[in-house]
Ligand binder design. Structure first.
Ligand code: ZN
Ligand code: ZN
Length: 411
């Protein structure tokens, strides 16, 4: 059972280790109105840690749904200037961003996908030059979740509300490494060190490509950009502030060469996208591009992801997660990427992380493209790791080095 004390520890962990708000730094929190009580706790912790100001951007999924239902596509696509100006002002003041999520997965699934797409594209276009702030880790940011009945009912549809909520709560706190009697900050330190060790080893190898096979039928070669850097654990801002952007995190990840992926990949878990749940799907890649795909459920939604923009049919991320990770072992499908992506090896369609390329965060868009990076306004992870997954690293001279056997690291 999740106790009050554990919520306090989570709030403290998010503020001190997750976003690691600094003395005199503004903090922007995005959270749902249903979580007001917990959010107040986080705000208090942030002030105690020395935050200069804490601003909460309240969200409500029901209101979002009404906006999508009642507003025209033109209205939704017309993002006012103040949205840009406000974010610009926050960034100019060196703000940190903390996101607390608890919304019902698939809560927008009955909304018109054309409207959702139009809004997202318009929004990303409007704030395009401000996205580097979090994408390149210029300022700290952190995303984590807390349970809600709405979310729990999706994960455990057959349980009564109370029981479902408790079970989801137990799972979330366990995988976020917060228990009644542990020191979560210390546990996170040790966990990050292990991720950093794996990432360091892979970076040292500088594999030309990774070759993935699984019993689901995956047979995929993903070429990596030259001078790539495997990342995992926390990140540093240019000012040297350490933070953990995702809580939980179990992955080490890298940048695929845009035109270097070939073969077929079968997803091992459903993908929740734009409020819909896509199931049993696969992609076939040729020279980096998705040339064919299918899904047993929500193929149209998958199509709108692949065709989102010019870069959404190419990969932007390849990530390795051991089958023995706590989220994987929990056996729970959270229907949210933050958790589910940490249950299994995954790939992302869309934009890459410049930090995965040596000097990447200082490169212009043209330089990144010249190094073989993809570019897109979206970044969507999907899981393909399995219990029997094998991965070989392919060296420049064509030798195969075992990286994963039976779903786990060999080193
Ligand atoms: Zn990832
Ligand atoms: Zn990702």
């Amino acid at each position: 059972m999740v106790t009050e004390k554990m919520y306090e520890k989570l709030a403290e962990l998010a503020v001190r280790r997750g976003v690691n708000v600094q003395k005199g730094q503004p903090l922007i929190i995005r959270a749902a109105v249903r979580d007001a009580e917990f959010v107040r706790m986080v705000v208090r912790k942030a002030y105690e840690a020395g935050a200069k100001s804490v601003t909460v951007d309240w969200t409500d999924q029901e209101l979002s749904r009404m906006n999508f239902d009642y507003q025209s596509i033109e209205t939704l696509s017309d993002i006012p200037d103040w949205v840009y100006d406000r974010m610009k002002n926050q960034q100019d003041n060196g703000a940190a961003y903390l996101g607390i999520m608890s919304d019902k997965p698939g809560g927008l699934k009955d909304c018109d996908p054309k409207k959702l797409n139009a809004y997202q594209q318009a929004y990303h276009r409007k704030v395009a030059d401000l996205q580097a702030y979090t994408m390149n880790n210029i300022g700290q940011w952190c995303l984590f979740g807390i349970p809600s009945v709405e979310w729990a009912k999706v994960v455990f549809p057959d349980l009564p509300d109370e029981e479902a909520f408790e079970k989801l709560g137990d799972a979330i706190f366990a995988v976020t490494r917060v228990t009644e009697d542990n020191d979560p900050v210390k546990d996170w330190q040790e966990h990050d060190e292990e991720l950093i060790r794996h990432a360091g080893k892979l970076t040292e190898y500088q594999f030309k490509a990774l070759h993935f096979t699984s019993g689901l039928g995956t047979d995929l070669t993903v070429e990596l950009v030259k001078d790539h850097i495997w990342c995992g654990g926390g990140c540093f801002t240019p000012k040297g502030v350490y933070f953990d952007p995702n809580m939980p995190t179990e992955e080490v990840f890298c940048m695929p060469l845009k035109t270097g992926t070939n073969g077929i990949v079968h997803a091992s878990k459903p993908l929740s996208y734009q409020g819909k749940v896509i199931e049993d799907f696969w992609f076939r890649f040729e020279n980096g591009k998705v040339v064919d795909f299918d899904a047993k459920k929500e193929k149209e939604t998958l199509k709108s992801l692949v065709e989102f923009d010019e870069g959404s049919c190419y990969l932007g991320e390849v990530a390795l997660v051991p089958y023995d990770s706590p989220i994987s072992r929990s056996g729970i499908l959270f229907f949210d990427t933050l958790y589910d992506e940490n249950a299994a090896c995954h790939l992302a369609l869309g934009n890459p992380y410049p930090e995965n390329l040596r000097g990447g965060t200082e490169m212009s868009e043209e330089e990144l493209l010249a190094h073989g990076a993809n570019k897109s306004m979206t970044h969507e992870d999907f899981m393909f790791g399995t219990k029997d997954m094998s991965i070989d690293g392919i060296t420049e001279d064509g030798k195969a080095v075992p990286v994963f056997r039976n779903g786990n690291f060999v080193f």
